[in-house]
Design a binder for this molecule. Structure first.
Ligand code: 2P0
Length: 360
């Protein structure tokens, strides 16, 4: 017997983002409120994204979720429960409002009371060690917003993505995105805003260099907690460095000033990794290949007599390089010459805008 009339389904995709001003540190771990604002570039959905389908039905006995085909235990994840429950509460409020407004009860589908089946897939190898929680929670919350027909703005919904994973709030937008840390205890002022859309600066490209596809030793969540508790350098970063950089970075993006954009990006990556080393016991995410790519980018810039490329590293050894289109062509040639790919390099390596793989 088909129950199509009572089945509702939505599919969305959400992209990965790479921070140029790094988020590292929480002032509230339960609500995922950061110690400092951050800023990122959202990558193209074609290469790195999560695709999530959600189905709601009165016939489902409970919520279930599959990640890349493997069922996850929702009850074991506070983050999943928090984000799903928050979206469901927004839907319940909407249903109540529609009823109060006089919409006949039969036309208000009680989606807030139905259970969900959630299916989420990354279009990139999870083993490649690239951030998947950002696109994952952004896709989940975008799909819930669409399924529930929520009237909230994207910035409002970014708050819901934030309680799943901090960096996910930035993946709710394309282009250049700031996550404003806020100062409140309840998180109402901690959400993402778009600084500029992708079309604002189409010549800017990102190249991803996979230096290792091993899983990282210390998770971001655990690592940043230890940093907050032990690093003195970190306190200085939060107090006096990041606020200045947030302003300068937004100006560089608005003015399409690549040299400034690139220098702040490299300096902020370097400071983030310095703060990790200042953590006690120290955290070290970059490896020898990461460090030789740093040297290569500085040599490339020195040879050009200007800042033509910028590296940035997250909580792992893989490099993301930003450059303008004309310089990216030469940079890719240089990198492939210095780091010849081995047999195991997957054939999907491509550029521009951009995904190249170099195995150690
Ligand atoms: C960032 N990272 O700004 C920084 C730079 C890693 C290094 O956001 O605990 O996975 O889920 O809020 O978002 C990684 O942190 O941590 C991260 P949670 P998340 O992109």
């Amino acid at each position: 017997r088909t129950r199509m009339s009572t089945m509702h389904e939505t599919t969305v995709t959400a992209p990965v983002n790479i921070a140029v001003i790094k988020y590292w540190g929480k002032r509230d771990s339960a609500l995922i409120l950061p110690t400092n604002s951050s800023l990122s570039v959202t990558l193209s959905q074609d290469h790195l994204s999560t695709r999530t389908t959600i189905r709601a039905s009165p016939d489902f006995p409970k919520d279930r979720l599959w990640l890349n085909g493997v069922e996850e235990d929702i009850a074991a994840s506070k983050r999943l429960i928090n984000s799903i429950t928050t979206a469901r509460n927004l839907r319940a409020a909407l249903e109540q409002k529609l009823q109060e407004d006089g919409t006949t009860a039969e036309t208000v589908v009680p989606l807030s009371k139905w259970s969900l089946h959630i299916c989420s897939e990354n279009n990139f190898p999870t083993a490649a060690g690239l951030a998947s929680s950002a696109s994952g929670y952004a896709a989940l919350v975008s799909a819930l917003g669409a399924l529930f027909n929520l009237p909230q703005s994207t910035s409002d919904l970014s708050r819901v993505a934030r309680v799943g994973s901090g960096s996910a709030c930035r993946s709710m937008f394309g282009g250049f995105v700031a996550w404003q840390a806020g100062v409140s205890d309840d998180g109402h002022d901690s959400f993402a805003v778009q600084v500029a859309d992708r079309q604002h600066w189409p010549e800017l490209q990102a190249l991803i260099l996979v230096a290792s596809d091993k899983k990282k030793a210390i998770s971001s969540t655990a690592g940043m907690q230890t940093t907050v508790e032990t690093s003195e350098l970190f306190a200085e970063r939060v107090r006096s460095v990041v606020p200045k950089r947030m302003e300068a970075m937004q100006r560089a993006i608005t003015e399409r000033d690549f040299a400034t954009f690139a220098e702040i990006t490299m300096r902020d990556s370097n400071q983030f990794h310095a703060v990790c080393l200042d953590t006690y016991p120290p955290i070290s995410y970059m490896n020898d290949i990461s460090r030789s790519i740093v040297s290569l980018v500085h040599a490339f810039n020195a040879a050009r007599g200007r800042v033509a490329a910028a590296y940035t590293y997250d909580a792992g050894p893989n490099a993301v390089i930003y450059a303008l289109k004309d310089d990216m062509r030469d940079l890719v040639e240089l990198v492939t010459y210095c780091f010849p790919r081995d047999e195991s390099t997957p054939p999907e390596a491509f550029y521009p805008d951009s995904f190249a793989i170099f195995d150690s």
